[in-house]
Design a binder for this molecule. Structure first.
Ligand code: K1U
Ligand code: ZN
Length: 173
């Protein structure tokens, strides 16, 4: 089932998410809905808070069009190491439509998480995957990539999004 993605400014996107207590069939259905919503958007990541669910839950798939799909389901992800080396990527966000900015983050990260079947796992990520994981974990803590920009750039983006939301409302009503 496709879910509606929240657009900034929305107070829900600024909340800190709660840990997941157990991985059961209801949670697996939610993760499957999140993956479907992310593929449809289209995007390479989605945090549950972006569909209004305040749980520490992320789906990611950085495979390219035409490649075999490689979905990752991260329940209660915890960063256990960040590299000193950094890298810069032009980031997008499904909650900030049509907005992009170059963001510098640690180039590599190691994380511990629970997978789709409830098993504890560790993963070392580099490149786009490391960037995407850090971007999504930021969502779980109420942080958006615009928070790393100057006040001027951030305010400009928020202004555009308010206009975009008014426009959508006008078309729907
Ligand atoms: O909103 C999100 O959290 C998803 C976001 C993830 C992300 C993108 C780039 C850098 C860091 C994190 C997106 O997926 S934005 C859309 C996007 O990047 C994309 C869409 C289609 C094809 C390829 C990329
Ligand atoms: Zn995002």
């Amino acid at each position: 089932m496709l879910r509606k993605i929240l657009i900034e400014p929305d107070p829900i996107l600024r909340k800190k998410c709660d840990p997941v207590e157990k991985v059961d069939d209801d949670l697996r259905k939610l993760m499957t809905d999140m993956l479907e919503t992310m593929y449809k958007a289209p995007g390479i990541g989605l945090a549950a808070v972006q569909i209004g669910i305040l749980k520490r839950l992320i789906v990611i798939d950085i495979s390219k069009n035409g490649e075999k799909k490689t979905p990752l389901f991260l329940v209660n992800p915890e960063i256990i190491n960040l590299s000193e080396k950094t890298s810069i990527y032009e980031e997008g966000c499904l909650s900030l439509p049509d907005q992009f900015a170059e963001i510098e983050r640690p180039a590599e990260c190691k994380l511990r998480y629970i997978d789709f079947n409830g098993k504890e796992k560790e993963l070392k990520a580099t490149g786009l995957l490391a960037t995407c994981i850090q971007h999504e974990i930021d969502h779980l803590n109420g942080i958006l990539f615009i928070d790393y920009l100057s006040k001027l750039k951030k305010d400009m983006i928020i202004k555009k999004l308010i206009k975009h939301k008014k426009e959508i409302k006008r078309v729907i009503v």
